[in-house]
Design a protein around this ligand. Structure first.
Ligand code: SF4
Length: 448
């Protein structure tokens, strides 16, 4: 037997609003390892907080309560409280000790830590240090978006025996098995269909997240999708319906959030196929789209299928008001006219303004506060609700590379990539202006 201990680490940030987010990568890995009968899989979710407000729990998304903690030196000028979200280090060590007590002498073991945002690395470092203290015999590996976008930074910590920069779970499993000197399981990729191992999480908060596809055909200059997933690929429709049915009947959750980057791309071949089958089963799950969908894909039929399938929360990417920037930075994925038409189609099907959120980039170097305010007004005019999407310079994206060339410290210290911080320190927009615009959005939203 060998042992795999997966850790979803604590999070350090100013706020943490969990939009149905789940440690999907780690849960998929747990599933891939779980298909090998020689493996004991353990999962430690360091952020298992149950949502306290009933309305948030019912919807499966809400604000988490952190513990106020000291700000890192580079945040000292930011006038906001900084928090740690998740179980304490003592509890994490206890849980590792308990797992360790069940491992027989000489059995290979690996601790795999997944880190999402580049600027969340502090939690991953903390978990790695705890694993090294408690289980010095285990290999400690890091994966996830941070590892893939900033492997050099992670490597400099000296905390990890291995840093995984790929995303194919079966390839990752092979890499880890090589480190442990364990032969790959005979069943390879055919070990059943891969449904994230949600049964290992102690709290689901009435929701799951899933991705029916990876990648995106666009190459927006501020987005890392093309870096993380060079090719667009999609799951078979039958597998998606099977997965959703499992969530409904076995897990009993009422909400599912799609974390696709391009859910509606080639909708005739992908989205319609599984959505039609899902509708035939009677549906029964509220669907949410925290990642923006492409407005250009939402024609009348698409809006009708989305409604019938059970979509409740729709988010669309708009980003810039200025047409030249829409074309240059977003590759023409959207225009004012396209957005207007998509919103009208959705409203015809019964979605209301509150259901349709439209993301506008805030604090992007090419965009000042006046243009952002114009975008806000335009979205209200379309009949939807604007949402400010705070720009974060993501390593390996063209826009961030330009930012790093001017301010190299942001590359060497990923904490400065934090979206709450970047605009205040580098965009020339201050917190007061941000607050005023947010307040205006709230006021107009309530008035509508
Ligand atoms: S369309 Fe969306 S997911 Fe695709 S590259 Fe642009 S921002 Fe990223």
């Amino acid at each position: 037997m060998y042992n795999i201990i997966l850790i979803n680490p604590p999070v350090y940030d100013f706020t943490y609003f969990n939009l149905w987010e789940k440690p999907l990568g780690l849960l998929n890995l747990a599933s891939a390892f779980g298909a090998d009968e020689r493996c004991r899989v353990h999962f430690i979710d360091c952020v298992p907080e149950r949502l306290k407000k009933k309305s948030e729990y019912d919807r499966g998304a809400g604000k988490l309560t952190g513990v106020r903690t000291d700000k890192p030196e580079c945040f000292k000028t930011i006038k906001r409280n900084f928090h740690r979200y998740g179980i304490g280090i003592g509890e994490l060590e206890e849980r590792l000790l308990k797992i360790k007590s069940g491992i027989k002498p000489g059995e290979p073991s690996a601790v795999l830590i997944g880190a999402m945002m580049t600027y969340w690395y502090m939690g991953a470092f903390e978990a790695a240090a705890a694993a090294r203290r408690v289980m010095p015999q285990a290999a400690v590996a890091l994966g996830g978006i941070y590892a893939r976008l900033a492997p050099e930074h992670a490597g400099r910590s000296g905390l990890f025996d291995y840093i995984e920069t790929g995303f194919d779970v079966f390839a990752i499993r092979e890499n880890i098995l090589k480190i442990l000197n364990v032969t790959a399981p005979g069943c390879g990729r055919s070990c059943g269909s891969l449904i994230p191992a949600y049964h290992l999480l102690e709290e689901l908060n009435n929701s799951v997240s899933l991705a029916t596809s990876t990648g995106c055909p666009y190459r927006c200059s501020y987005c890392a999708s093309g870096v993380l997933y060079p090719r667009y690929s999609v799951k078979p429709a039958a597998a998606i319906v099977e997965e959703l049915s499992y969530y409904k009947t076995a897990l009993g959750v009422k909400n599912a959030a799609f974390y696709d980057d391009a859910l509606l791309y080639k909708k005739e071949e992908n989205f319609y196929r599984w959505a039609d089958e899902w509708i035939k089963t009677g549906g029964g799950i509220d669907f949410h789209l925290p990642n923006a969908a492409h407005a250009s894909m939402i024609d009348e039929k698409c809006a009708a299928v989305m409604k019938a399938a059970g979509f409740k929360t729709v988010r669309l990417g708009y980003e810039f008001y200025d047409k030249k920037k829409q074309d240059a930075a977003s590759g023409g994925k959207v225009s004012g006219a396209v957005l207007k038409r998509a919103v009208a189609n959705l409203k015809k099907e019964g979605f209301n303004a509150g259901d349709i959120g439209v993301y506008i980039l805030f604090g992007h170097p090419a965009c000042d506060i006046v243009e952002t305010a114009n975008a806000v007004d335009f979205v209200f005019d379309c009949g939807a609700t604007p949402g400010l999407s705070l720009y974060s310079p993501i390593p390996r994206t063209p826009d961030a590379e330009a930012v790093f060339a001017q301010n190299p410290e942001i590359l060497s210290e990923p904490l400065l990539q934090n979206k709450t911080v970047f605009f205040q320190l580098y965009s020339g927009i201050d917190y007061g202006q941000y607050y005023d615009l947010k307040t205006r959005i709230q006021r107009l939203r309530s008035a509508g």
